[in-house]
Design a protein around this ligand. Structure first.
Ligand code: NAD
Length: 493
């Protein structure tokens, strides 16, 4: 078993400091304050970023309000053209944006170049196409009246995002919001503000008018809280922890903001005895170790049928042994650091808790620390886990897998659903009836059968229970960024 893992990481290239982007202008914060953005690969300071606070949020919301009517009243096809141009520009700058993502949050460049950069462009293109495809309806009322509905924008949308997919989660919110005629104030996560600022600059290049898309980096309790409680913000779209979502829910009460909340998970990934064990092992591996497990729908609770448990674990551990932590900027690296020193310490603490609760089948048997100044965590697999243990109940958000054995379908369903979360689940079986039965029985917003973590722009993404409120992506998300107006006209009989 691995106890230490020595990793060489090259120093990061210099990066321009980040500024606020309000009303089309790059500015410093009112307070003049800045905060450090760190490079997780080495643990060194990458650059500084202006620290937006309540006064800056005030300015950004005012700018977004001024920009709202002209944007909302623009011909939908014209809005769509600009959003698609924005998508093209993101594509042109995709490699640069991906590099920035790797530098600010540490995911391997291979992932940021294949997912974060190109998918961000795809999201803006997909929603750009929707601008002139949302219809109202006429209602079959008394013929003395004409009654019709219109889908109208909400106004100013506040978007608060997490650091694990910094530009992509920003796109998931900003793209449908802008497509439906809203304006946006984005507060990116403090760990990874730089890519979001670059998106804001590209939006201006795409002829999206100043004030339509504003970016205010800063901290949660100051900038985030000011945005959540601001009476001039009509809707808040959030990605992050459910405990933060609970704060936001309360802070939004003042003007009954519309809310969509994408929170965490402890998703069950289920391997039946009749499964394709090779495919399932590949999927279980990807499901917990991609992006160092910092994925909301990570398959972090692996339920394996007792009769195939040992054979399956051999296959999974065989794969895990090939995992090499490395320099995230090298395109050959599959596994990089986690986002911050604080997060590394949190994940390592869970590994220590797990070592006292269950059996380490892969990972660090004595000390989970990796020999590197960067924020690396030793990927770890625990077996003999019981569903009541902390490593099975709490979201670790790191490369830590809890393997639970099951014997009957009834036990499986009970335990898989015994969680505060309900984001996603995976099921591996060749029995089509069983696959559907389990898909129906699991309380989660997304179910993958004989696959895991597949997604598409046109398919709704979002969870049940404390995993959130509302669906992102697909046409379902348009409902989150519009409201229905009913117009009655007396025409006589
Ligand atoms: P977090 O909740 O700590 O922070 C998320 C955002 O909220 C940040 O921008 C932060 O500054 C802001 N924030 C913090 N306190 C705030 C407050 N009081 N008021 C307003 N804003 C505040 O989460 P995180 O650690 O950045 O991200 C990890 C979490 O995000 C995990 O739980 C993960 O599962 C979840 N996540 C969910 C999805 C999804 O789509 N369901 C996607 C990615 C991440």
């Amino acid at each position: 078993m691995t106890t230490t893992n020595s990793i060489q990481v090259a120093a990061a290239e210099p990066v321009e400091p980040g500024q606020l982007l309000i009303d089309g202008q790059l500015t410093e914060a009112h307070s003049g304050r800045t905060f450090d953005v760190m490079y997780p690969g080495t643990g060194d300071r990458l650059t500084a970023c202006a620290e937006g606070g309540p006064e800056d949020i005030e300015d950004a919301v005012a700018a977004a309000r001024r920009a709202f009517l002209p944007w909302a009243k623009m011909k939908p096809s014209d809005r769509g053209r600009r959003l698609k141009c924005f998508a093209d520009l993101i594509d042109q700058h995709s490699t640069r944006l991906a590099k920035l993502t790797t530098l600010e949050m540490g995911k391997p460049r291979r992932e940021s170049e294949t997912v974060d950069g190109p998918h961000t462009a795809m999201v803006f293109r997909y929603f750009g196409e929707w601008c002139n495809k949302v219809y109202g309806e006429t209602c079959p009322v008394d013929p003395a009246y004409l009654n019709y509905t219109m889908k109208v924008p909400l106004g100013v949308v506040g978007a608060i995002t997490a650091w694990n997919f910094p530009i992509l989660t920003a796109a998931w919110k900003a793209a449908p919001a802008l497509a439906m005629g809203n304006t946006v104030v984005l507060k990116p996560a403090e760990q990874s503000p730089l890519g979001a600022i670059e998106l804001g600059k590209l939006a201006l290049e795409a002829d999206i008018p100043p004030g339509v898309f504003n970016v205010v980096p800063g901290f949660g309790p100051t900038a985030g809280a000011a945005l959540s409680s601001h009476l001039g913000v009509d809707k808040l779209a959030f990605t992050g922890e459910h405990r933060t979502a609970q704060h936001i829910l309360k802070a939004s009460a003042g003007n009954l903001k519309k809310l969509s909340l994408e929170c965490g998970g402890k998703s069950p990934h289920i391997i039946f005895d009749d499964a394709d064990l090779n495919g399932a092992a590949r999927s279980a591996f990807q499901g917990i170790f991609s992006n160092q497990g910092q994925v909301c729908n990570a398959g972090s609770r692996l339920f394996v049928h007792t009769s195939v448990h040992d054979e399956f674990m051999d296959k999974l551990i065989h794969r895990a042994k090939k995992l090499r932590l490395g320099d995230p900027m090298q395109r050959s690296t599959r596994s990089g650091p986690v986002v911050s020193a604080t997060h590394r310490d949190k994940v390592n603490e869970y590994i220590r808790i797990g070592a006292s609760e269950a059996t380490i089948a892969f990972g660090a048997d004595t000390d989970p620390l990796v020999d590197s100044p960067g924020y690396f965590v030793q990927p770890t697999i625990f077996t003999n886990v019981q569903n009541h243990m902390r490593i099975a109940r709490e979201e670790i958000f790191g490369p830590v897998l809890s393997v639970i054995q099951f014997e009957t379908e009834e036990q499986l369903i009970r335990e898989a659903n015994d969680t505060i979360f309900g984001l996603a689940a995976g099921v591996w079986t060749k029995d089509v009836s069983k696959a559907h039965r389990i898909a129906h029985a699991i309380d989660a917003g997304i179910i993958w059968v004989n696959c895991y973590d597949v997604y598409d722009m046109c398919s709704p993404f979002g969870g049940f229970k404390l995993s959130g409120i509302g669906k992102e992506l697909g046409r379902h998300t348009l409902d989150l960024y519009t409201q229905t107006k009913s117009v009655w006209v007396h025409i006589g009989k």
